[in-house]
Design a protein around this ligand. Structure first.
Ligand SMILES: [Zn+2]
Length: 386
């Protein structure tokens, strides 16, 4: 198999691969590395197998501490993160989720609007706003820095408007993306200050510009807790090395599937990449508050629309002008979406919302044929494709 964009053959380096991944279908791994779309049945089969291994590991870990409310009506999350939706930004893994009570949100450009995820931190918890190299969202913001862009989807425009004008003006991606992480983290500090919360929030940065040797940075002040400093550096480094061992390249973005989910509804193991054992440049992940669609069922009134920045992210990857992320978008893209939730009613409502409100989703998924409904059991981490 060949990566056409790079014009090089995909070679899996078995001895450097994650040991448990050697049993996966080689053809699937090579297709991902070559940035070729995965057939829909291969997506289902591969992630079913990958999840089975994860279920085993979660079972072996024994009983996990669960998030609960503590003093001041806060949740006791120990780590709260805001990341970009970008498939390459894989800096956490199953081991971290098993060890720490973590929560995250993923929005394109790691933009912070309300900072809800950080209001759920334990008094002793830490927040991280994590940017990454070659961010598509800040790239588009730069491209349209001086012009009105009436042809851009209004949901995508909402993401661009959440990137500060001075950041949008920076030409160099390495500089712009670092500055954006610092700027977004500063917003969280302001938000927490207004809420009279004193949590520590740090801008982190994931990059592959210097090879795999140094790919996690703390911008501005160093992360003062050496545990987390080491944890993120090591995990990001290991995950990158595992991806490289399978012949992957991070130069352009690829996704086998775009995953839609609400991390607050998924319990301790609340990250689809951990649930499906996805490495870097494999899974585009977008978080939503899916309860907004359930308000009528819950007796709270009319359903509310899903987050516009979240929808902007999904449209950008899979659908806008055919989709910009290869694998799920582009000429041969599958436009595959997974809706991951413990409750079948939430999955159905979300599916209907996507098809009823976005003609391009209805058309390009062939009326939902490439939208997977995936039921998740937070206790065991088992995911079932319905
Ligand atoms: Zn990004």
């Amino acid at each position: 198999m060949e990566n056409k964009q790079l014009g090089r053959k995909i070679v899996l380096c078995e001895e450097k691969m994650a040991p448990w991944r050697k049993g996966y279908c080689k053809d699937v791994l090579e297709r991902i590395a070559a940035q070729v779309p995965l057939p829909l049945d291969a997506i289902k089969e591969h992630y079913f197998q990958a999840n089975a291994g994860v279920v085993e590991k979660v079972g072996a870990a024994g009983e996990l501490r669960v998030p609960k409310k503590e003093e001041g009506n806060r949740w006791n999350y120990e780590i709260a993160m805001k990341q970009c939706t970008d498939a390459r930004q894989v800096t956490t893994d199953l081991g971290m989720l098993l060890r720490y009570i973590m929560i995250h949100e993923r929005t394109a450009g790691n933009v912070v609007r309300k900072g809800e995820v950080f209001k759920n931190l334990s008094v002793f918890g830490i927040g991280i706003v994590e940017g990454h190299y070659k961010c598509g969202a800040t790239g588009v913001a730069y491209k349209y820095r001086d012009v009105d862009a009436p042809d851009i989807d209004k949901n995508i425009l909402r993401i661009l408007s959440a990137i500060s004008p001075y950041v949008r003006d920076i030409a160099d991606t390495a500089e712009r993306d670092r500055e954006n992480a610092v700027d977004q983290a500063n917003r969280v500090r302001m938000i927490l200050r207004r809420a009279s919360m004193s949590n520590k929030v740090y801008p982190g940065f994931f990059t592959w510009e210097n090879g795999s040797g140094r790919n996690y940075e703390w911008l501005g002040e160093e992360m003062p807790d050496p545990r987390f400093h080491q944890l993120f550096s090591e995990t990001a480094g290991r995950m990158t090395d595992y991806a490289y061992a399978e012949g992957r390249d991070f130069d352009s973005q690829y996704a086998s599937i775009t995953m839609i989910y609400d991390p607050f509804r998924l319990g301790r193991i609340n990250d689809p990449r951990a649930i499906f054992d996805a490495l870097g440049n494999e899974m585009f992940c977008v978080t939503f508050d899916l309860r907004r669609l359930m308000r009528d069922v819950d007796g709270l009134g009319d359903p509310l629309p899903l987050s516009r920045t979240g929808m902007g992210s999904v449209l950008y990857a899979n659908f806008d002008q055919g989709g910009h992320v290869s694998g799920v978008g582009g000429v041969n893209g599958t436009h595959a979406i997974g809706i991951l939730d413990p409750d079948d009613r939430v999955i159905e409502k979300t599916r209907a919302y996507l098809l009823d409100n976005f003609p391009e989703i209805k058309n390009l998924t062939n009326n939902g044929d490439s939208i997977f409904s995936i039921r998740y059991d937070p206790a065991s981490a088992r995911a079932v494709f319905l």
